[in-house]
Design a protein around this ligand. Sequence first.
Ligand SMILES: Cc1ncc(C[n+]2csc(CCOP(=O)(O)OP(=O)(O)O)c2C)c(N)n1
Ligand SMILES: [Mg+2]
Length: 788
Amino acid sequence: MSNATTSPGGTVSTPLDVTANVDLCLSALERKVLWLSTWIIHHANHLRVARDGLKVGGHQASCASMVTLMTALYFDVLRPADRVAVKPHGSPVFHAIQYLFGRQTRDQLQRFRAFGGAQSYPSRTKDIDDVDISTGSVGMGVAMTSFAALVQAFLRNRQLMSEDTLPGRMIAVAGDAEFDEGNIFEALLEAWKHHVRDVWWVIDYNRQSLDAIVADRFFHRLDTVFKTMEWRVVTLKYGKKLEAAFTRRGGDALRAWIDDCPNSSYSALAYQGGAAWRSRLQRDLGDTSGISELLDEHDDEALHGLMTNLAGHDLDAVREAFHAAAADDVPTCFIAYTIKGYGLPFEGHKDNHSGLTTPEQIATLRTSMGITEGEEWERFSGIDIQPDVLQEFLSNVPFAQASSRRHEASQVPVPSILRVPPGGQVSTQAGFGRVLADIARNHTELADRIVTTSPDVTVSTNLGGWVNRRGVFSQSAQVDVFREDQPLSAQDWSMGPEGQHLELGIAENNLFVLLAALGLSGPLFGTRLLPVGTLYDPFISRGLDALNYACYQDARFILVATPAGISLAPEGGAHQSVVTPLIGLGQPGLTAFEPSYVDELTEVLRWSFEHIQADRGGSVYLRLSTRPLDQPQRELSADLRRQVVDGGYWFRSPAQGAELAIVVSGPVVAEAVDAYDEIAEDLPGAGLMVVTSADRLQRNWMAARKVGRGGEAHVAQLLKPLAPTAGLVTVLDGHPATLSWLGSVCQHRVQPLGVESFGQSGDIPDLYRAYGLDAAAILDAAARLCVE
Ligand SMILES: Cc1ncc(C[n+]2csc(CCOP(=O)(O)OP(=O)(O)O)c2C)c(N)n1
Ligand SMILES: [Mg+2]
């Protein structure tokens, strides 16, 4: 510890030698981070003009709780290669720290939660100060650190990343209530299976969530869970002052009293302050020898300081623990005892989650920080360390040693055309497997960067051929005994560090969070990967928040969902997906396709490998089917390939002024063709359009309309030949709203067919009849249009 003099406010009045006074710089920064994070939120709520009557919000208490943990990490422990997921409502703490480093602007802080300002929750895509991992939906950022560590291990094992430098640590600073989210435990198990190292989860254990005080029993169990998963658990319970008090006479009784104190009572006392601590301790421990002396030696303020001296607020204790864990790569959980709202007027109060300082309270805090009015935003105001000394300290912090931590990864070339697998009766799902296997064989450069993953549906989603060629990833080599000893299986599941398939247990949340991590390998680790994940289409909903989370971070991946819809037929009503086409249509950052034929799929997949690498690209969702269909005998022209990617084309062109068209997406194309052939006998000019992507068609049309050029949109051009009075029968194996909007493009009348309920097993003829997707239903709909 330093020998410089400190004022009661903790500031330093003598010039400092930087190296000798690390402690003082750190504690000054700790106070400053508390001030700035509190002030950012106060300013947003009290000092900006509210125009809409809505509260701005923010979480001063949640921030205060983690200030010490974040100070220790960012100003001392972190290296540039480390990546951090900061608990969502701790965003102002993160931004304040970046501001102190000079990597965040005052303007952004002043516009916290305002349009274009610093985001409510740390955001990779919206914030300007180098957020590593977005957070917002609690639990997601925590899980993401495990999967990011897996991706790092994958890259290092496959020599796609330099092994000269130390691996980065993937660190979550999490709220304790985040551990109510099951996805964390799914991730914990999966990471254990994959022998993931280099992960730290730092739990801000303030024993409060949003509504309530966390149950005492819960965290005692949690400790056991981590140990079972072979994690190291470091419990940071008491700060140095309390530890010293425990060594005094009566110290054991004091420790036992605190240990036994229910969370709710402890929080209440922390809120009430010194006098309350005194009377409670007198009542409970007054007869214990040594306790009276202890109480006499502390005035109310000092007693409050002592009793709230939990290790999560003790910079020395926290730093020591972090540095000790840095000696190896064992995954480590730090359970850091803290008090929600520590150092603020509402500390410990059970309702403090969205508590905000009043103008009087912030003025008192400002004065206690030594900050004069008008200097609230000054980086170093209220700090008695000379600015150049503090600046030098900041410039020398290990974390600040990289000018940029966001890597630019080079692109992986994609062939301009891929070979379409031979025709016959093929499903789009089987076609997908064949195209991927072909890439594995013939396009080495592309194939080397592809990484596939699936939650226990690898074989049933047709990834088997790829896996046979490219192997399953494991950090240690393991032969497939079924291949080695007994030739019982067509699948070779040999595992090793060279493998390119990451097999997951059945947990769709994990699939999407892993895809998020894989899809950010370029910016996070400097090497671009081309992730392809497969799952059953209905289970998209199971992991939907994680999918949204991945897209929100602009992670890039291809999602192949199969089988889809009621077309999976006898496989079971419970697995029929109805709303997924609407998810594809509505999910930002994700472009959805539902091709009908394998040649379409081949081009869409090729384009997808480009799109996930494009500056303004995104991720791709392919909704595929297990239904084998006769493939058209054709070679797609360059123009047709473009139309397939743009979202649709005329499979049977309409005559100029045609009165009817069938518009179909996906495997129902077979019924649409049958119906069309019948209709064409009476209405020779009718058309049949195949929609490969309702999403692309709609997005392009809406963008064109916004600039007054809706007529130039691809879909408008497609529909142009039809008579203004024409009718459209739209049909897909999914919710009819996916295509019914087509009527708005040129004001055509629409008969939308699709699936609105589900749950009945059967074969395709029965199901298509029951749900109104068969040729007869299409003909009926066409007839209705003709008589309307
Ligand atoms: C998935 C999800 N559900 C609900 C919320 C709303 N929410 C934000 S913070 C929070 C409680 C957080 O408590 P804790 O993790 O203990 O953090 P603390 O504020 O105590 O540090 C909740 C429920 C959310 N952000 N995400
Ligand atoms: Mg909490």
